[in-house]
Design a binder for this molecule. Structure first.
Ligand SMILES: [Zn+2]
Length: 277
């Protein structure tokens, strides 16, 4: 009798926690149509999934209840006030949806750096260009299987920098903005996969150092940089939370930390939108 009452008392709490977990997962990513954000387009109900594109890039399409939604990663370089045109094909028809890009001002950082640290040697420049082309091809991966969840785990314990989108200037010259979040953690701290997926690239690159990329499906990818070691290989299927490497300071960095990026339709979006608060 006593036990039964206890179970009955616990039931609402258990229900509430699964409800909360589900509510959290279905609100991820937090949508907002700003540069570096994610827009959500309601596509209505249909028997088969619609196909959606932004330019050449396929978009992630997900179903909630009966309704389909397209998720659109908005490039950091998109201008506030501009419109992005999404093409949706369903039941043999093509429809167009406009996304109005809302303003978001990211912080700027001005650094004075010795010239020899800014100007790459011809060999380093050639290496950088090769790697940039390779990484762009990898980050353009679109596999058909949809991710089971869009909610992600923080891949390493530690303080998050909140510097996604930071506009960087070296000696007054604009550089590429910061395309991820930095997590402060000592070298050797285990790094885990933020979501289930397949490791599609493992390499040691000029700027990001030892880097591993996981494909979660439908153009949702995560990237982990400056690793000291890898615990997974290209082609491995990994579960959310599975160890994939260790925090390090490889590449062009001043100290050990994890650089964590999330990509949607080959666009870097704010990883914080996919993480619990
Ligand atoms: Zn970083």
């Amino acid at each position: 009798m006593k036990r039964r009452r206890l179970l009955l008392a616990l039931a609402p709490a258990l229900l509430a926690s699964t409800w909360l977990a589900r509510a959290w997962a279905s609100s991820v990513p937090r949508a907002s149509p700003v540069p570096g954000g994610v827009a959500r387009i309601a596509l209505g109900a249909s028997a088969s999934p619609p196909r959606a594109r932004l330019g050449q890039a396929r978009l992630l399409v997900t179903q909630e209840g009966r309704e389909w939604f397209a998720l659109v990663g908005i490039p950091l370089a998109a201008k506030a006030g501009s419109k992005l045109q999404v093409e949706v094909e369903r039941a043999g028809r093509t429809e167009r949806f406009d996304i109005g890009v809302a303003p978001k001002q990211y912080a700027a950082q001005h650094l004075k750096v010795p010239r020899d640290q800014v100007d790459l040697s011809p060999e380093d420049l050639a290496r950088y260009e090769r790697e940039r082309a390779h990484l762009a091809a990898v980050l353009g991966t679109f596999s058909d299987a949809a991710p089971a969840t869009l909610a992600m785990l923080q891949p390493a314990p530690g303080r998050r920098s909140g510097t996604f989108g930071l506009r960087r200037y070296f000696n007054g010259q604009p550089r590429s903005p910061h395309t991820g979040m930095d997590i402060a953690a000592p070298a050797g701290t285990p790094v885990v996969a933020a979501n289930a997926g397949r490791v599609i690239d493992v390499g040691d690159y000029f700027f990001p150092g030892r880097t591993l990329i996981v494909d979660h499906g439908q153009g949702l990818l995560s990237l982990y940089s400056h690793l000291s070691a890898f615990d997974a290989r290209a082609g491995d299927d990994v579960a959310a939370g599975a160890p994939i490497g260790k925090v390090g300071a490889t590449g062009r960095v001043t100290g050990p930390h994890l650089h964590f990026s999330v990509y949607l339709n080959a666009v870097a979006v704010d990883p914080a939108l996919f993480l619990p608060d």
